[in-house]
Design a protein around this ligand. Structure first.
Ligand code: CAA
Length: 263
């Protein structure tokens, strides 16, 4: 796997089938500037296209996953520039264009756009001491990268409304209790290792089945139950046309370990 070298992020391949992206703009607590997002989207797109990769982990530093959109960059933009240029529309690539599972490993600050980026991942892990929040109200605005939608779907209307209208922070422990994060860890190191272990496990399965699994779970966020179940069944039927369905079920019947073709 060959990725270009980036200025504002680091990339590595710490486990079989796993690409790790580490946001690396320490002086600004990983504030999400446009240059940073261009690099992030480039790295995600390349990893998504790479046949050797089965899952992606996105993390920041111990101090900050990301402290939000870059306030200094956006403070002077006009309505015309924001609307005309579809400001931060490109932030949605990770949620809407990347087909491989993305796991966010959240330590330190995940505020505003940082919290929204963490929530765009398919699975979130965090450490106890992580600090989440949607503080946009304190800046005279509202969340602009999906926070009002994803936080509300994840933790319910009353709690999400309270958080978005007060700008109050919440901890990693709370994020896990409320179901926003799938797991919480004692330390940042354990959190990143936990995410990498999870990613390696996902990457060990059939890529085509994993892709279908992500697609159907995501559809549940948009469709009614009946349509969703019907959509799921069609995709399930479709997998009988894959090589890996035959490989997986034959291996079970023969008491062998499946060797996935990823096709
Ligand atoms: N944008 C730009 N720069 C930021 C930043 C941000 N979101 N967050 C931190 N920084 C910069 C600081 O300006 C500071 O830079 P200088 O050294 O040049 O002054 C540096 O990072 C370190 O930050 P602090 O000195 O403030 O560190 P701290 O430990 O005292 O405080 C913090 C940490 C509580 C996270 C504080 O930095 C903070 O409140 N940051 C802003 C959080 C925020 O409001 N985020 C929401 C942004 S709006 C948004 O994201 C919109 C959206 O929905 C898309």
């Amino acid at each position: 796997t060959d990725l270009p070298s980036y200025e504002l992020l680091k990339t590595s391949f710490p486990k079989n089938g796993v690409g790790l992206i580490t946001l690396n703009r320490p002086k600004a607590l990983n504030a999400l500037s446009s240059p940073l997002f261009l690099e992030l989207n480039d790295a995600l797109k390349r990893l998504d296209a790479d046949k050797s990769i089965g899952a992606i982990v996105l993390t920041g530093s111990e101090r900050a996953f990301a402290a939000g959109a870059d306030i200094k960059e956006m403070k002077d933009i006009t309505f015309s520039e924001a609307y005309g240029g579809d400001f931060i529309e490109m932030w949605s690539n990770m949620a809407f264009q990347i087909k491989k599972p993305v796991i966010s490993a959240v330590n330190g600050y995940a505020l505003g756009g940082g919290c929204e980026l963490a929530m765009m991942a398919d699975i979130m892990y965090c450490s106890k001491g992580a600090t989440f929040g949607q503080p946009e109200i304190k800046l005279g605005v509202i969340p602009g990268a999906g926070g009002s939608q994803r936080l509300t779907k994840a933790i319910g209307k009353s709690k999400a409304m309270e958080l978005i209208l007060t700008g109050d922070n919440f901890s990693g422990t709370q994020a896990e209790q409320w179901g926003l994060a799938a797991k919480v860890f004692e330390t940042p190191e354990e959190c990143v290792n936990g995410a990498l272990t999870l990613a390696e496990k996902i990457a060990s399965y059939s890529r085509i089945a994993v892709k279908a699994g992500k697609e159907v779970v995501n559809k549940s966020q948009e469709l009614g139950v009946r349509e969703g179940v019907e959509f799921e069944r069609r995709v399930f039927h479709g997998l009988f046309g894959s090589k890996d369905q035959k490989i997986g079920m034959t291996a079970f019947a023969e008491k062998k370990k499946p060797e996935w073709s990823h096709e």
